[in-house]
Design a protein around this ligand. Structure first.
Ligand SMILES: O=C(O)c1cc(=O)[nH]c(=O)n1[C@@H]1O[C@H](COP(=O)(O)O)[C@@H](O)[C@H]1O
Length: 283
């Protein structure tokens, strides 16, 4: 099944816009596992098992595994997700971006080694740096557009001249990215955009420019983004061919809801409350 169809199906089946981000930090694990990087798989698997019926996607962040030489645990984790939750797509958060020949290796890593359903990428090096990922039929590539961090302004808010063909004037760089990706790069329907929950007005702008693209929206929870405003800005109806899904991602607020032996129960409670909060904003 194509990534976009997987998202739409998981959104409907689990009645959810929530993605749980898997950013394992051994220093924050429950006491019995604390500080032990060999428990990364066990910790993440316990979260997946506790929350998979509440989410439309999981998003492991590769740095949290690679930093601990735990890539083998990431491979096992993604296999485990496909096994216990075959209907929930996996977005590998890797934020890659390089020339085509190197991008071919990154694409192979994401889709063949890790068997992810989609990957996050930087659009900075242009269309040919994204194309190797699109050769994997049905896989998704989600491009950074308006990121959740304050420093995102440094480049993404810069005013640039609108492309020839668009109405005269100027616009922010993130608007150019959204327009270009939606209108020119997305011929195969595999692309999505990242927009931070910390910037609801920009989510609305990106949604207007890219009505059918999936929007990955991190920044609720630990970064303080407004969950309701996020949904109101980005959600235009249950995902189908004409309405792009929103994937609202939260990592720390779910993973570390409790530092005790009840961490999985607490993670489920946090995921359930967040799912319900997101749903209330669309009803
Ligand atoms: O691509 C991302 O997922 C991402 C983009 C962005 O603009 N901001 C952002 O926080 N992220 C990621 O989303 C996660 C946010 O984690 P929490 O703040 O703990 O929910 C981290 O894995 C970040 O790397």
């Amino acid at each position: 099944m194509r990534f976009t169809d997987q998202l739409a199906a998981a959104e409907r089946r689990h009645d959810s816009l929530l993605c749980v981000g898997l950013d394992p930090e051994p220093a924050k694990f429950p006491l019995a596992w604390r500080g032990d990087a060999r428990r990364i798989f066990d910790f993440c698997a316990s979260i997946v098992e506790a929350t998979h019926d509440l989410v439309l996607a999981f998003k492991p962040q590769i740095a949290y595994f690679a930093a601990h030489r735990a890539e083998d645990q990431l491979e096992r984790l993604i296999d485990h997700i496909h096994h216990v939750a075959p209907d929930v797509p996996v977005i590998l958060d890797a934020k890659r971006g390089d020339i085509g020949s190197t991008a071919e290796q990154y694409a192979r890593e994401a889709f063949e080694r890790y068997r992810a359903d989609a990957v996050t990428l930087s659009p900075f090096m242009g269309r040919d740096s994204v194309e190797p990922y699109l050769r994997y039929d049905g896989k998704g590539a989600i491009l950074l557009c308006r990121t959740s961090n304050p420093g995102g302004d440094d480049l993404q808010a810069l005013r640039v001249r609108r492309e020839a063909g668009a109405a005269a004037g100027d616009e922010a760089l993130y608007e150019t990215i959204a327009r270009m990706v939606a209108e020119q790069w997305n011929a195969g329907g595999q692309l999505g955009l990242v927009v931070g929950a910390t910037y609801p007005a920009e989510i609305a702008r990106v949604r207007a420019l890219a009505p059918t693209l999936p929007l990955l929206i991190p920044g609720i929870g630990a970064q303080g983004g407004d969950a309701e405003a996020t949904v109101r800005a980005g959600w235009r109806g249950t995902a189908d061919a004409t309405t792009g899904p929103v994937i609202v991602s939260s990592s720390r607020a779910v993973l570390y809801a409790s530092a005790g032996a009840d961490h999985a129960t607490a993670a489920r409670a946090a995921a359930l409350a967040t799912r319900d909060q997101l749903n209330a904003a669309r009803r």
